[in-house]
Design a protein around this ligand. Structure first.
Ligand code: TYM
Length: 328
């Protein structure tokens, strides 16, 4: 089976629709056909100031959400990044291969650092650790949203650079990005991506929100001039975003939805989308609750995942240490 790997940061109480449609939904599908590794990027979560108690809580809550959304720890390897120390170790080697200028060009770093009072060196080298996360498992594909594309490019560059300096070790991995859901937009600002850290609370639909709260956010989503419900991202980014979410959650094509809303208005679309979202999140919320009732079981699942992950990670790291000339 070809291998896939991806990660998500446990930096919010809830995932949002962008995380689910852009990434996690593909993770669940790929566990059927691929040797899948998915992890909670807790090392990345401390690149900005954080509260330890909250991080622990959110790491468990993130695991619970992944399970509730359909990840099966028997079929996919699910773990917390910090429990596989090889991530930090390969991260160091990769830092020594990354140019300062190259790291300075990462657009997510520029965006995030502009918002921090103190910009840590860890935030600067964040994408390099991400490259290590990926290369440790030698995956073919990395299922992510569009915002991770530049980090995947860096990963490929570092893989090639390592190979040319030290001999063939890594196969550069491909991003796996589905066009239709690559970028879900902020409901209040449809020119920006829906984001845990950047969106206003009204702009993100959180999976664990009460569906009544989500309905209200959807009702007050910024729409566009005109009245027709048509998919036109250029001129009608707000309505197109709602249609994109609707289509993804129901598997109904955009053309089908446009026909169904012919002669109706934005209000009808929003009302129906709120129902679609409620139907989707209601069982997920219940499942998350029941997973969180048994944190010891969650921790056990993650520990087992880390053991499996470490078998692969340790083998890669050992080869890397040998190639760079460390005594073995
Ligand atoms: P994170 O935690 O920000 O997001 C997790 C996943 O959700 C996707 N995503 C979106 N997709 C579509 N529309 C949106 N509005 C949207 N917002 C988020 C992200 O693209 C991502 O796939 N750096 C990563 C975590 C990471 C990682 C890795 C990923 C660390 N190491 C190795 C892959 C491989 C991040 O911050 O994702």
């Amino acid at each position: 089976k070809p291998r896939v790997l991806s990660g998500i940061q446990p930096t919010a109480d809830s995932f949002h629709l962008g995380n689910y449609l852009g990434a996690v939904r593909q993770w669940v599908a790929l566990q059927e056909t691929h040797d899948a590794f998915y992890f909670l990027a807790d090392l990345h979560a401390i690149t900005v100031e954080h509260d330890p108690k909250l991080l622990r809580k959110r790491t468990r809550a993130s695991a619970a959400q992944l399970l509730a959304l359909g990840l099966d720890p028997e079929r996919a390897t699910l773990f917390a990044q910090s429990q596989v120390h090889e991530h930090a170790e390969l991260g160091w080697v990769m830092q020594c291969l990354t140019g300062f200028g190259e790291a300075s060009r990462m657009t997510q770093f520029k965006d995030k650092s502009a918002k921090q009072a103190m910009v840590s060196v860890g935030l600067f080298t964040y994408p390099v650790l991400q490259a290590a996360d990926i290369l440790l498992y030698r995956p073919q594909y990395v299922p992510v949203g569009e915002d991770q594309r530049q980090h995947l490019e860096l990963t490929r560059d570092l893989a090639q650079r390592f190979n040319s300096r030290f001999g063939k070790t890594f196969q550069p991995p491909e991003p796996f990005i589905l066009k239709d859901t690559a970028k879900i937009f902020d409901l209040q600002d449809p020119s920006a991506k829906m984001s845990k850290s950047a969106s206003s609370p009204g702009g993100i639909v959180e999976l664990l929100d009460d569906p009544k709260v989500s309905a209200k956010k959807i009702r007050s989503a910024v729409t566009d001039a005109g009245r027709e419900v048509v998919f036109d991202p250029e001129n009608k980014p707000g309505v197109s975003n709602l249609l994109g979410i609707y289509s993804a959650l129901t598997d109904r094509g955009i053309a089908d939805l446009q026909n169904a809303y012919d002669g109706k208005g934005y209000g009808d679309l929003k009302k129906d989308l709120a129902e679609v979202v409620a139907e989707f999140v209601t069982p997920v919320r219940a499942q998350v609750k029941s997973y969180l009732d048994d944190p010891a079981e969650l921790d056990k699942i993650l520990r087992r995942g880390a053991e499996r992950a470490r078998e692969v990670a340790a083998a890669t790291l050992s080869r890397v240490y040998d190639k760079v000339g460390f005594l073995r």
